[in-house]
Write a protein that binds this ligand. Structure first.
Ligand code: GLN
Length: 486
């Protein structure tokens, strides 16, 4: 059993913990040992407080001994992307700007996980301020893909996906502004879920683009993703965009099986799609058909504008959100500045990396008085059209099936042109612009052994349906039982 303890699911481990054949202390120790064995090659962690994790594990064991265990997450070590606040722990956003920052409070998702008894452990690497698709923009160096250490894990939540795939954590949280949960999940062969905008509180998340950002889970199985989502979802008065929705029992909802009507957006299968990815997704579509689902081609006619719209809105919001990093209130402060303006300029010049600066400059430009109407305002209008495309499609179908990423994991250093990296997001960003839920579930491997992800895009606040659809697929395939050799 001990051999692959670290590759077990939350559901499996919860059963062992409940039967008291395993303690959280044993499990947490096993993961710390696993981390020591593989982390030198994977580099998924920015930092970790192992003593604190063991203390949380001991507290979980004590609760269980007293008959007060809190449910399936109690005692399960969960890693958090280093943009999610954990009180008393570093919060760097993988930026020099916050290299020495310690969070003074817990994010709401952190509070929720702790309340569920999870062992909140590790600050996981990502692209700086979550800007990127490969985790190469981290000020602390890139994370490697556990399936092939010469390749990227995807991004921006690459550390979360890689730590999970490598068996260093049992589940993780990431954030998704344009694909940052789903794309790394696809490239690392795990499940990743981006919830409907407003379902999960953003309080305590380092803001990138506030109208697009959502926190969501990475998990080994769809069932685990359902458990994680159930723990973190729900209204939060501390986030004014948080929605007052009834949170269903997502795990119980997995049992629903229906002849769903599934749409295949024709714009998502064009040029630029890797043939192995296309073939795996076609097989998944054929599977749903064999289960009695109605498969229908649909059109999302404004898809061609998604990338441009996203990179106007996301950069505009980023330029505004990142204005707070001025060397005075937070983070890095330059030495030797001659006056306050110089202090701002120098602190920002030294603290931010190249991609973050590129986006602040672009975002400031599209918001400037002479160009606001031509860029930002127009992008907002196009965003409405993009959302309308999805809502129109949902008159005919329950969900959409697409590839998550146009390509499997690429080589570290392969995409040096920023535009080439922006193209990684073509299948994921429309979802954020429209505020919809979507998940990526493993659907095969390339001939070279790299994981492939299937994306299911659902209707607002219908995560339960999405999870049930993905669960149906997962139960009939064994992709999730394969693990990288490390
Ligand atoms: N790759 C996209 C970007 O660079 C999305 C990032 C994200 O979702 N955080 O903006």
């Amino acid at each position: 059993m001990a051999v692959d303890l670290f590759f077990k699911s939350i559901a499996e481990l919860a059963a062992l913990l409940e039967a008291k054949t395993l303690s959280s202390t044993e499990l947490t120790s096993a993961l710390i040992a696993r981390k020591s064995a593989v982390e030198g090659r994977v580099k998924a962690f920015n930092s970790s407080d192992d003593a604190d994790a063991l203390a949380q594990a001991a507290a979980s064991d004590a609760r269980r001994a007293a008959g007060q265990a809190r449910g399936p997450l109690d005692g399960i070590p969960v890693g958090l992307k280093d943009v999610i606040s954990v009180s008393g722990q570093p919060l760097t956003a993988s930026s020099k700007m916050l290299a020495n920052f310690v969070s003074p409070y817990d994010a709401t998702v952190t509070v929720n996980l702790k309340r569920a008894g999870a062992v909140v452990w590790g600050r996981l690497n990502c692209d700086e301020f979550a800007m990127g698709s490969s985790t190469e923009n981290s000020a602390f160096g890139p994370t490697a893909n556990p399936w092939d250490l010469t390749r990227v894990p995807g991004g921006s939540s690459g550390g979360s996906a890689a730590a999970l795939a490598a068996g260093e954590v049992i589940a993780a949280l990431g954030s998704d502004t344009g694909g940052s949960i789903r794309q790394p999940a696809a490239l690392c062969g795990v499940v990743g879920l981006k919830p409907t905008y407003g379902l999960v509180s953003r309080y305590g998340l380092v803001a990138f683009a506030s109208s697009l950002d959502q926190i969501g889970p990475f998990a080994r199985t769809v069932e685990d993703a359902a458990l994680m989502l159930g723990a973190i979802a729900g209204h939060d008065p501390l986030d004014s965009t948080s929605f007052k929705a009834e949170i269903p029992d997502y795990r119980a909802g997995l049992k629903q099986r229906r002849p769903w009507r599934l749409g295949i957006p024709k714009e998502y299968f064009g040029a630029g799609l890797d043939p192995a990815v296309g073939a795996a997704v076609e097989k998944a579509i054929a599977f749903y058909k064999s289960q009695g689902c109605e498969i229908k081609e649909v059109s999302l006619p404004h898809t061609q504008y998604c990338l441009d719209t996203y990179y106007i809105i996301a950069t505009a919001e980023a330029s505004s959100n990142l204005a707070r990093f001025d060397g005075i209130r937070y983070g890095h402060r330059a030495k030797g500045a001659k006056d306050v303006v110089d202090l701002y300029a120098q602190s920002r010049a030294e603290g931010f990396g190249a991609e973050v600066k590129r986006r602040i400059i672009l975002g400031t430009y599209v918001l400037s008085s002479g160009y606001y109407d031509a860029y930002y305002l127009r992008a907002q209008k196009v965003r409405t059209l993009i959302r309308q495309d999805f809502l129109n499609a949902y008159r005919e179908v329950d969900a959409l099936l697409t590839p998550t990423s146009p390509m499997p994991a690429f080589k570290l250093g392969e995409k040096s042109d920023p535009l080439a990296l922006y193209l990684c997001d073509i299948y994921t960003i429309g979802v954020n612009l429209a505020g919809l839920p979507a998940l990526s579930v493993p659907c095969g491997f390339t001939p070279g052994g790299l994981p492939i992800g299937l994306q299911l895009i659902g209707q607002p606040f219908r995560e339960a349906d999405l999870l049930a659809m993905a669960h149906t697929y997962e139960q009939a395939h064994d992709w999730h039982t394969r693990h990288p050799q490390l």
